[in-house]
Design a protein around this ligand. Sequence first.
Ligand code: CMC
Length: 427
Amino acid sequence: MSKTAILEIDGKKYEFPIIVGTENEVAIDIEKLRGATGAITLDPGYKNSGSCKSEITFLDGEEGILRYRGYSIEDLADKADFLEVAYLLIFGELPNKAQLDKFETDIRKHTLVNEEMKTILEGFPKTAHPMGVLSSLTSALTAFNPKSVNVENEKELYEAICKTMGKFLVIATWTYRRRMGFPLNYYDNTKGYVENFMRLMFEIPTEPYKMDKRIVDALDKLFILHADHEQNCSTSTVRIVGSSHAGLFASISAGVSALWGPLHGGANQAVLEMLEEIHNNGGDVAKFVLKAKDKEDPFRLMGFGHRVYKNFDPRATIIKKAADDVLEALGVDDPLLDIAKQLEKVALEDEYFKSRNLYPNVDFYSGIIYRAMGIPVEMFTVLFAIGRLPGWIAQWKEMRLNKEPIGRPRQVYTGSTLRPFKEVNQR
Ligand code: CMC
């Protein structure tokens, strides 16, 4: 591989360095492009643009590979637990037992949320979508933690990370409690992180809460599968907001908003709503496949396709199996799962989907499991956010420690050229 790329503009040649990553991905370094040539690149949706160098997650969309810090997603989902994976993503190495215990203990020191946050929560109508409320509450945490983190100070940075891990989980579940009219719950520091999620959501004061270990284990795995996915829409948002040196809570809050959209994390809710719609329409899967193929119809098969995976989504393979296991263990017979399986079969055999490499993605199956666990559909994307939190933190930390410049893309202006101003009565 040559070490430089040559660009020719108006007969003049310019050389740019070629950078090769540890997994041999090739990038042309155009940092000096505008200075040297006066030109910029145009790449809507950043389909061909790398925004940073990163050591966190490796993803090969053609081969269906996903690794966190070099460990395969299959191994991590099978052998690690969510907090171990969070530690790995954020600090770069798998923790030993003492490090893991300390991390969990330190998160527990920050699981109490300021009582005044409840007033803010009460200001929202009960019908408000939990993702909107979560984004606002995460941002509101800034008000109670006004000091911006000095990232150069290891202790301060570590404390901010533990604080975010602790408080975010609690406020995420509060969005549901408020919606249901349940009293807000407190974290129980004698229990694990994922167990606490279930308690915080579902424990009510009138009866003891019975934890189902099968659900906790499945949820732990789902959180791991969602924990990072390199420079996706919400993660890039977190990095770009953080690049202005906005604080961690403010950056994460922006990430929650970005995740909410149905083309990103909001797809898990959209998938289930789509399956329900197909079911309520008599289960005619072929009709919906036709709709998805019709270019005049804006309808898309939710849970199909991915910007990067053009072969299969390795997370979907793991989740598909987990969905079968969970449904069998819980004895759930869900007609929506049958529809999902039919849809998958029809789409995978259809030329439209095959030629465009549209395969089921992570969101296609996750909703089915969440539903079997008794998690309400409007909370699905909140669960994605809880899983993605360590990834956002890790990426924010990397960006700040690498002293990356403020994110500020350019544009090609296509509007009017200079025109004379007309007074209002002359327009
Ligand atoms: N149903 C029908 N057609 C589709 C779909 C779909 N789900 N996804 C893409 N296409 C078609 C699209 O119309 C286009 O066709 P043509 O070449 O004829 O114009 C072609 O496939 C390429 O699509 P694209 O929109 O250029 O691809 P993209 O990389 O910009 O978008 C995507 C990727 C995930 C936004 C898109 O596939 C989609 O909207 N999928 C449904 C939403 C979804 O499931 N999102 C969750 C993604 S995974 C979770 C996460 O990481 O956030």
